[in-house]
Design a protein around this ligand. Structure first.
Ligand SMILES: Nc1ncnc2c1ncn2[C@@H]1O[C@H](COP(=O)(O)OP(=O)(O)OP(=O)(O)O)[C@@H](O)[C@H]1O
Length: 614
């Protein structure tokens, strides 16, 4: 008894699970519909109307088919002209219906194609807008990156696919309902056979959808790896090293290996899907021919007319195909939903909003680090430990220290790309976190070691330093003068209008030092900023350019606070204040003279470098 109850309970649970699963296919339907409606209300309405027409017409056509056959039989028996004309008029009517159906189907196709393009753009913009709100830490988090890649890879086509399938389902439902109406006149059993025969393929479809989505999700890291290898093999900036180190063969092999692994899984899935599809299709075919034989027997027995026989056969054959298509649609919707869940997971990822709203400092105190420590996310090892320093307005600070000592990290905190794990950073007496982020960012001009080489014109490459004055020629001139880029730009045939980089037609490549001069000019372009952060700004420049810049450094940077990272002591010595970092800590600080007098780490490094020049 208890056993029976247990198995009953199990049965209910299974039914509940299946129901939930079936209902879940509509979960993102409303969202997708909203998205599609937002993209183009006109096209959405057009698709709905064409769907309705395509749903209703097949039954009408089948019915007219019956009228034609019966009309032909009648006319051949009676020999009357009026009967012949009636049969012919049915043929004409059917032709008209077919023309309308074809128009509706074409209209559906065209509207869907247009909507697909618009929707693809809309979803991609949504994804990119979201990407703009992300913090640097998100980009460095591989799991999150995977989510974004997944969202981008397919989701632009999925919302339309879901909507098309929902509409398609509606269309199939209409066709089936009208077909069932016709078929019921024959026998209710025929309707039941029609429905039952299609169910096994539905179950298989849902199962395979889930499986293929899971594969897609697991594979995200591999797919990204493949993209990366493609980039290494096919991008101009990697080509040099790939050729000279003869990496091509090895990279291509890795690329192939990943493909082979993925292909094995794909092949298995496709073969399984094919075999199951075939076997379950046999069931449907068997059911169809059983019903066919039944209808034929009834016609021979004279219980139905020839016209009715033709109609039932058409209805049965088409009805079965429609039913199977509807169930496949449901399987597809299930798959679309899984993908859309992924897209919305990405789009709805909560991003902690910057709370800061302060736009003015309390006192002109400059920058102050108070016992700042920092660990990178997902790491417990502090990269900065108890950093305290003060930089007044107009002062120039240089940071020196061995590789990996935390210099760049310190400026990432100063520019608020990251937030300290403990301690605080103040600007003019206000915690950086309390500053309005836009106001704060406007106050800072920065070049990182790995600044971006935009494939834009020379002028724009400088102009991006202050996007509000992106195209102001006068400003480009002033900034490039300061950044020592003016002479070589003047020598270029199109001056500031020269396209840089090799990606686009007519692009010209620059040398490493020339790029760096462009980057430095970009930082000077932000002349309204009162904080200038320069991470190795002259490492690639020739000695003369470097000396020129630093001889005029004070007049170039006027009253700006400057934070400069450099391994070159000739540059560093010009700063008002120098801090020496080691292992995330400040081990010495003072002016060049003070630090030399202390005869510590700085003095040692300075004398090493000076000796090298003797
Ligand atoms: N995004 C990151 N996530 C985790 N750890 C990082 C990240 N960036 C840097 N680190 C680690 O932080 C430490 C300090 O790096 P940082 O780039 O600040 O050094 P640096 O002093 O600027 O070195 P260099 O002179 O080579 O430019 C290094 O040990 C590095 O491995």
């Amino acid at each position: 008894m208890a056993k029976k109850k247990k198995s009953e309970l199990k049965g209910w649970k299974l039914i509940g699970k299946t129901m939930r699963k079936s209902l879940s296919i509509f979960r993102y339907g409303i969202k997708a519909l909203g998205l599609v409606w937002q993209t183009s209300a006109v096209l959405t309405v057009a698709i709905a109307i064409f769907t309705l027409m395509s749903g209703l017409l097949p039954a009408a056509i089948a019915y007219v088919g019956k009228l034609i056959v019966d009309g032909v039989v009648l006319a051949s028996r009676s020999g009357l002209i009026s009967d012949r004309n009636l049969a012919l008029s049915y043929v004409g009517f059917e032709a008209l219906l077919i023309v309308i159906l074809a128009a509706a189907q074409k209209g559906l196709n065209v509207s869907q194609s247009l909507l697909r393009v618009l929707l693809g753009q809309q979803v991609n913009v949504l994804i990119l807008e979201k990407a703009l709100t992300l913090e640097l830490a998100h980009f460095e988090d591989s799991e999150f990156y995977d989510k974004m890649t997944q969202a981008r890879s397919q989701a632009s086509s999925r919302p339309l696919s879901l909507i098309s399938r929902i509409f398609g389902l509606g269309q199939s439902a209409l066709t089936l309902l009208t077909f069932s109406g016709l078929l019921l006149q024959f026998s209710v059993w025929a309707v039941i056979v029609l429905v039952l025969a299609a169910i096994p393929s539905f179950i298989a479809e849902t199962k395979f959808s889930e499986h293929s989505f899971r594969l897609f999700k697991w594979r995200s890291p591999e797919t990204r790896q493949q993209h990366y290898l493609e980039t290494l093999l096919a991008r101009e900036d990697y080509a040099k090293e790939v050729q000279l180190y003869q990496l091509g063969g090895m990279l291509l092999r890795r690329y192939r290996d990943i493909f082979d692994r993925l292909y094995d899984e794909d092949r298995n899935l496709t073969i399984q899907k094919g075999i199951w599809g075939y076997l379950l299709g046999l069931l449907s075919t068997g059911a169809f021919y059983a019903a066919y034989a039944w209808i034929v027997i009834e016609a021979i027995a004279g219980k139905i007319s020839l016209g009715e026989m033709t109609m039932y056969l058409v209805v049965f054959r088409q009805g079965q195909a429609t039913f199977a298509a509807a169930l496949t649609s449901i399987g597809g919707m299930y798959e679309d939903n899984l993908y859309l869940a992924n897209l919305y997971e990405f789009l709805e990822q909560p991003i902690p909003k910057s709370e800061g709203y302060i736009t003015r400092g309390i006192e002109p105190d400059g920058i102050r680090f108070e016992n700042v420590s920092f660990c990178y996310p997902e790491s417990t090892e502090p990269v900065l430990k108890d950093i305290s320093l003060h930089l007044k307005h107009g002062e120039k600070l240089a940071i020196v220290g061995e590789n990996g000592s935390g210099k760049t990290t310190l400026i990432k905190l100063l520019t608020r790309l990251y937030v300290p794990t403990s301690g605080r950073i103040l600007l003019d007496g206000v915690d950086l976190n309390d500053w309005d982020i836009d106001v704060l960012r406007k106050r800072i001009g920065v070049i990182f070691q790995n600044f971006v080489q935009y494939q834009f014109t020379v002028g724009e490459n400088v102009g991006v330093g202050d996007v509000e004055r992106l195209n102001e020629y006068q400003e480009w001139e002033v900034a490039t003068e300061k950044g020592m880029a003016k002479p070589f730009i003047n020598n270029m045939p199109k001056g500031f209008s020269t396209q840089l980089g090799k990606w686009f037609k007519g692009g010209q490549e620059l040398s490493g030092g020339q790029w760096q001069k462009i980057a430095l000019s970009r930082a000077f372009m932000r002349s309204q900023a009162d904080i200038l952060v320069l991470d190795e700004p002259t490492a690639a420049m020739d000695a003369e350019a470097e000396m020129n810049i630093f001889n005029h450094f004070r007049s170039l940077t006027k009253d700006q606070m400057v934070v400069l990272i450099s391994h070159r002591f000739s540059t560093v010595r010009m700063a008002d204040k120098i801090i020496v970092m080691a292992d995330g800590k400040i081990i010495e600080q003072g002016s060049h003279e003070q630090l030399l007098a202390t005869d510590g780490r700085y003095a040692h490094l300075f004398s090493l470098q000076a000796a090298g020049y003797k």
